[in-house]
Design a protein. Structure first.
Length: 177
């Protein structure tokens, strides 16, 4: 997943010719950033016979977190009656969550990370393989990217009111963070 080259539309740019918000940020030494990466993974037509086995589901989600290089903090899973499982693996970098409808042979998975140290693609590949999904659908999102893209039209600098004091100080000095 390559979110580094994503460009969001600046909501306060007028659409007239001129530099984009990202170009303005880059011109003052600030690399446009995001707070997190999220993958929403829909696993349809799962052929695993263990979709309603809570111990297997928990172990598989934990294996996915380890395969991604994440730091596991804790996990919580719940089995519904007559069937179905929901669970979350909390990682130091954020979380992996799952909701399973075995009667539909479907698993809805959310993998969210802050920073770039977790290999989300590795987690998703393991989950798709283990659940034996014949029809995986993966959507990727950059989260929080507009926090760093608002430009103060009077100074042509980022609007620093919406970010942390430490980041404000860096921006005012023109130092990239």
């Amino acid at each position: 997943m390559n979110l580094a080259n994503r460009r969001a539309i600046d909501p306060i740019d007028s659409g007239l010719p001129g530099p984009s918000a990202n170009a303005k940020l880059e011109s003052v030494g600030v690399t446009p950033a995001m707070l997190g990466s999220q993958v929403v993974l829909d696993l349809y037509d799962c052929e695993s016979e263990r979709l309603d086995d809570i111990d297997w589901v928990k172990a598989t989600l934990m294996d996915a977190a380890r395969a991604a290089g994440a730091t596991i903090v804790e996990s919580v899973f719940h089995k519904f009656a007559p069937w179905g499982i929901s669970g979350v693996v909390v990682i130091a970098e954020s979380h992996l969550a799952i909701h399973i409808w075995p009667e539909n042979r479907y698993a809805a998975i959310d993998v969210f990370t802050c920073g770039d140290s977790v290999r989300i693609g590795d987690a998703c590949a393991l989950l798709t393989r283990e659940f034996q999904s014949k029809r995986p659908v993966q959507r990727e999102f950059a989260r929080g990217e507009q926090l760093f893209q608002r430009i103060d039209r009077t100074t042509n600098l980022p609007n620093v009111r919406s970010i942390s004091p430490k980041a404000q100080a860096f921006l005012r000095k023109g130092v990239a963070f």
